[in-house]
Structure formats: structure tokens, C-alpha cells
Design a protein around this ligand. Structure first.
Ligand code: BTN
Length: 326
């Protein structure tokens, strides 16, 4: 966890109203001046922190406007988020990113929206989010890989979302194949990967990520309430989106770099560690509507889920829906 994240967590958890600069300095092993500078940065990110020389600091609120300049400034990345385009309203950040990539936007360009009027999910579904409730972002990636390896980027994004949520909220989510992020069995984030490619080379991949951040369950449409949740619901506190976006882009770059340097197996390994799917009884419905019930055997280096039926046959599922069976 970064020092600024530690400061915010300490202020958020402080049962006393104020935490003195001295207490914070001791807790983090920093000078009081360093604490003061970090508080100043946190204010720029949208945290409302009251400070008095007599009492110290107190968190009074969070102004949750997305601030692309601030995210860019803070990002410790070389590729992802070097260019960020923010739109208050758009149809779909994935569609925007696709158009921009076609026009030659550089790798790592990110599109963020506060609201989408035609947000898209997997399998032709829509993705719904109330204004300011969510992270809605798409990242342009231009990997030098064959199209068959593109699912690795979906798995990498799953790892990145998982790690970013863990880093900022301390919640430990669960990944459901191929890329649903769940907390307490309810969906908190989804990933839609789209690609432009020729038979043997990828032009670009768009990784679209939707995270329910400060989404009040009462504001969700009826069909979502039973199956979805949000980070604020699960933590009981407000999660600043600028913060989570920064963590997300950094984690995405990390996972992407591990994939390009070390190959698919490192991603498969990391994904499996976070998905806890191996050995579980699953029911998979393929794109052609065929249902396969069996024991999950992990994913292969193409990102396909391997399911061993009771007859011993191993099926490779490349796309579809998977549920845990009993
Ligand atoms: C899923 O069905 O689980 C995938 C959901 C992906 C939603 C995100 S929100 C940002 C980006 N723009 C879109 O239109 N979809 C993705």
C-alpha cells in the first residue's frame, strides 16, 4: 500500500475525530512535513481533509469528480494512461476506444466516462451504471501476439481489477471465468475485451472495464440487485474513483508487462491463484448452448477453461457462461 493510501485508511478508520500530524508521522515513519505534503496531494485527488494546527487532520468527505490530469500525474506507468480522454457522457467507452485505435491512437490510451448511454457487456448484454457510481473505462492495447493469445489480455485485466480492488479496499474478490469479479458471490466488476485483427496478427485490443464503485444497491435496476454489488456496499465506505483508476491502470500495466515478458503461463498461474476454480464442480454453457457439467481443471495457455466430465473426457471451453454446480 502506498503511503497516501495508508494516510487515508488511517483517517477513515480513526475513531477519534482528528488524528494529529505527529500520530500520522509516527504511524508511517515519516516527517510531519512529509505528511503535510501528502495531505496536500490527497486534497487534489478530491479528498476533503480538514486540518488545524492544534488538532491535526480529519477526513470530512470526498469530492468524487474524475480528474484525468491528476490521475496522469500520479501514475507510475510507462504505457497505460499516458493519454487519458475523459467524457462526462458517451455511448460506450469501448466503442470510443475502438474508433480512436482505428485512427491510430497510441497504445495505452484510456477512455473514461462518468455515464454511458449504451454501455455494452459480454454476450450481447448491456452494462448499466448510474452517473458517478462506477468506473467505466477502456484501454487500448497493441500487443505483438497472435490473435489466439488475445484471451490472455482478458485474464490479465481480471488479475489487474482483482489486485486494484484488493489494494484500495482490502476486500478480497473472487474471479469467475473468464472475467467476472465477484464479492460474496455477487458481481462487482466485468470486463469486455474486443479485438481488431488479421488471421495471424493483432491490430489492437480494447479492454473495457466496468466496476461498481459507489453504487447504492437501492439505485440498481431490479434485475441487478440480486446478482450485483458495489465496493461501497461491501466496505461500508466511499471509494474515491480517481484512486481506484490509478491503481487499476498501474496493475494493468504490471500484468501486461508480465505477460509480454514472461509469456502466457505466468498469467494463467496468477489468474488461477485468484480464481480458486480448480477442482470445483462447474456447469458450463458454451456459445452453441451446449451444457457441460464436470470438474474445472484450470485454464490452458489460450485462456480456455478445461472441464473434465464424469466420463473422464476433458472439454475446452473458449467462450460461454460458467456456474458453480453441486
Ligand atoms: C461484462 O458483461 O461483464 C462486461 C462488462 C464491461 C463493461 C465495460 S464499462 C466500460 C466499457 N464500455 C462498455 O461499453 N463496456 C465496458
Amino acid at each position: 500500500m502506498r503511503e497516501e493510501e495508508k494516510i487515508i485508511n488511517a483517517l477513515a478508520e480513526s475513531t477519534e475525530d482528528f488524528l494529529s500530524g505527529q500520530e500520522l508521522a509516527e504511524k508511517l515513519g515519516l516527517s510531519r512535513t512529509a505528511i503535510w505534503k501528502k495531505i496536500r496531494n490527497l486534497r487534489k485527488l478530491g479528498f476533503e481533509i480538514e486540518g488545524t494546527s492544534a488538532k491535526g487532520y480529519r477526513l470530512t468527505g470526498v469530492l468524487d469528480t474524475i480528474n484525468p490530469d491528476e490521475i496522469k500525474k500520479r501514475l507510475k506507468t510507462r504505457i497505460i494512461g499516458r493519454e487519458i480522454i475523459y467524457k462526462t457522457v458517451t455511448q460506450s467507452t469501448n466503442s470510443d476506444a475502438f474508433e480512436l485505435a482505428k485512427e491510430g491512437a497510441p497504445e495505452g490510451t484510456c477512455i473514461i466516462a462518468d455515464v454511458q448511454t449504451a454501455g455494452r457487456g459480454r454476450l450481447g448484454r448491456s452494462w448499466l451504471a448510474k452517473p458517478s457510481s462506477s468506473i467505466l473505462t477502456s484501454i487500448i492495447i497493441k500487443p505483438r501476439i497472435p490473435p489466439s493469445q488475445a484471451p490472455m489480455l482478458t485474464l490479465s485485466a481480471g488479475i489487474a481489477v482483482h489486485r486494484a480492488i484488493e489494494r484500495v479496499t482490502s476486500l478480497i474478490p473472487h474471479i469467475k471465468w473468464p472475467n467476472d469479479i465477484l464479492i460474496n458471490d455477487k458481481k462487482v466488476a466485468g470486463i469486455l475485451t474486443e479485438m481488431s485483427a488479421e488471421l495471424d496478427s493483432v491490430h489492437f485490443v480494447i479492454v473495457g472495464i466496468g466496476i461498481n464503485v459507489n453504487y447504492d444497491l437501492r439505485d440498481m435496476p431490479d434485475e441487478l440487485i440480486k446478482i450485483a454489488t458495489s465496493l461501497s456496499t461491501e466496505t461500508g465506505r466511499f471509494i474515491p474513483r480517481n484512486y481506484l483508476l490509478t491503481a487499476l491502470y498501474e496493475e494493468m500495466e504490471g500484468a501486461y508487462r508480465r505477460f509480454t515478458r514472461q509469456g502466457p503461463s505466468i498469467i494463467v498461474e496468477e489468474w488461477q491463484e485468484r480464481a480458486h476454480i480448480n477442482g470445483r464442480r462447474v456447469s458450463a454453457t458454451t456459445m452453441n448452448g451446449v451444457r457441460i457439467i464436470g470438474w474445472a481443471q484450470g485454464v490452458d495457455d489460450d485462456g480456455a477453461l478445461l472441464v473434465k466430465t464424469d466420463s473422464g473426457a476433458v472439454h475446452r471451453i473458449t467462450a460461454g457462461e460458467v456456474l458453480f454446480a453441486h
